[in-house]
Every structure is written in structure tokens, then in C-alpha cells.
Design a protein around this ligand. Sequence first.
Ligand code: HMG
Ligand code: MG
Length: 316
Amino acid sequence: MTETLPMVVPEPGLPERVTIYEVGARDGLQNEAALVPTEVKAEFVRRLLAAGLPVVEATSFVHPKWVPQLADAAELMTGLTAELGDTARALPVLVPNERGLDRALELGLRHVAVFASATETFAAKNLNRTLDSQFAMFEPTITRALDAGLDVRGYVSMCFGDPWEGSVPLEQVVTAGRRLLDLGCHQLSLGDTIGVATAGHVRALVAAFEAAGVDRSRLALHFHDTYGQALTNVHAGLQAGVTTYDASAGGLGGCPYAKSATGNLATEDLVWFLTGLGIEHGVDLRAVVGTSVWMASHLGRPSPSAVVRALAESPA
Ligand code: HMG
Ligand code: MG
């Protein structure tokens, strides 16, 4: 029996390799109603690393009342650090503010991410801040992280639409993103928090950033798959030359403060798509599928990913 994989047919003009930034343990689990035991989370992270995922975002140092599912962030990272040492210290974690950064620094973690909103309403709902005052919260957080030798990713949410405000002008997103870069973020992840982006919109937003002097090499794209557009949007991103894509094993995910946010683009769907295009990603598809099937058994429901479903049923 041969391995079930797509035939490789490259498309001229696309990047040769991409980085998959795995967010399942953070964006995926933060929205789960049932509390996932810390040891299961640790096993999830270990399995994702073993599958070859180059970046595995592990958890969030946010207020435990705001995201109870990730209240065990310190316990998780302490356990992983004891076991994996610098490999665990290199796993990125979310920190919204200085308090979150302090908690990450206490554990010797090296990579943090702040998360901004492109809209006023979501800044209030997700961060209890105004659009403007969120940056006052990030400024000392980023400065202190950089002084401590960390690097800081910047997320921008609601880049393609907001459930309360509707469409979000490109310039508004570029302004929010530029502010994070000016504060010292090395990379911007443009979040389609509620999954409403379409391909032309993706190309237009990347072009708007480039017109504002932000090279595509500093951009990552973060799609949720609410309307089934995530892979089409990745294709548009690849055509625009973006080489980092966020994805979540099994398509877990959502945002507890944006009710219409559903699962992230599934890592397996992304890996299948990139494999067919002959784009290097370094990820063992079978190992991620096995991980998602295992995780689904803990969550009590099957993965929404078509690739997970198809491969889980086909022999290796
Ligand atoms: P706040 O209530 O304004 O906080 O929340 P505060 O600064 O007024 O502090 C109040 C109390 O909270 C204080 O304690 C602080 O110490 C404590 P007290 O003195 O009263 O005892 N506190 C903390 N404790 C632990 N860790 C912390 C922390 N910060 C303050 N970090 C805050 C402001 C930002 C903390 C809150 O709004 C929050 O935690 N929000 C997080 C929301 C969240 O995690 N959302 C999901 C992630 S974003 C996302 O999913 C989108 C993304 O995937 C991209 C996309 O899809 O678009 C990234
Ligand atoms: Mg997200």
C-alpha cells in the first residue's frame, strides 16, 4: 500500500518553503468548554514538536478569569521546561501585558506574542482597553521583553471583518499593525478572527502593508475557517509572497471573546495543500493526523478537518 498523499505539481511563482506556526495548543484549546488536563496539553505539545512543526505556540499568560482553560499556563510551561529544557523555553506564549510578561520571564521563556485588535469593539471585549489604550499596555511589555533579549510577535485581530463593526478598512488594520512593528514586534500575524476573509481581500491587505513600507517577509497570516475560505486565502497569501501561516492541529480553535470565531485553518489541510504544491514545510502529516485523532478522543468530538477525517480512515 502506498502512502496516501497528493501528487506533487508545483505552481510557478509561489514560495519554495513556508513556516507553519502551530497554534492548536493555544488558540485551539483556549475555546474548549471542557477543561483539558495539563498533562494532556503537555503531551499535545510534545506530539506536535515530534511531528516536525517548527513553531508550537504553547499557551497564554492572560488573566485566568478571562481564559480559564489556560489558567494552568505556568504549570504547563514548568513541566515542559523541566522535561525539554531550551526546546520548551523557545515555545512562544501569549502575553497581553506586563503582568503576563513577568509570568513568562519567571519561567525563562524566550518568545512572547502580544495581541492587538484592529477595532474599537474587540479591543474592549478582548482586552478591556480602547483601540488606542491597548498600545499603552503593549509598549512597556514589548520594551521590557526586548530588553530581556526576547523576541515579540504581534497579532492583529479582526483584520478582515468584525462581528460588531462589520467591515474594517485596510488603512485601519495597517495603522494597528504598524504601531506594533514600531513598538518592536519582529513579525505581524494578521488575524481573520471570524473567518470572513476572501482571496482578493487577502491580496489587498498584504499590498496595503507593502505600500506602507512593511515587507511581506514580516507578515504571517492567521485564518479561521468559519466560511471554508482558509485554504483559498492561503493560496492568495502565497501568491502575494507571504511565507508564514498559522494553523491549528485538527482545526481546533476559536476565540472566547468573538463568539462567531470557529476553528482555525487545520494544520493537516494546510500540510496537504502545501505538499501538493511541492512547497517545503517539514511536517509529518501522518503524525499530526494521529495527534489530532488522539486529541479528539480527549475532547469528545471528531476533528472538523476533512484531511484528518480522510486520512484517519485510510491505512498508512
Ligand atoms: P483587566 O481586567 O483590564 O486587567 O484585563 P487589569 O490590568 O485591570 O488587572 C486586573 C487584575 O488582573 C489585577 O489583579 C492584575 O494583576 C490581574 P488584582 O490586582 O486585581 O489582584 N492581571 C493578570 N493576572 C494574570 N495574568 C495576567 C494579568 N493581567 C492582569 N496577564 C487583560 C486586561 C488583558 C488582563 C484581560 O483582558 C485578558 O486577560 N484578556 C485576554 C483575552 C484573551 O486571551 N483572548 C484570547 C486571545 S486573542 C485571540 O485568540 C486572537 C488571535 O488568535 C488572533 C485572531 O484570531 O485574530 C491571537
Ligand atoms: Mg485566532
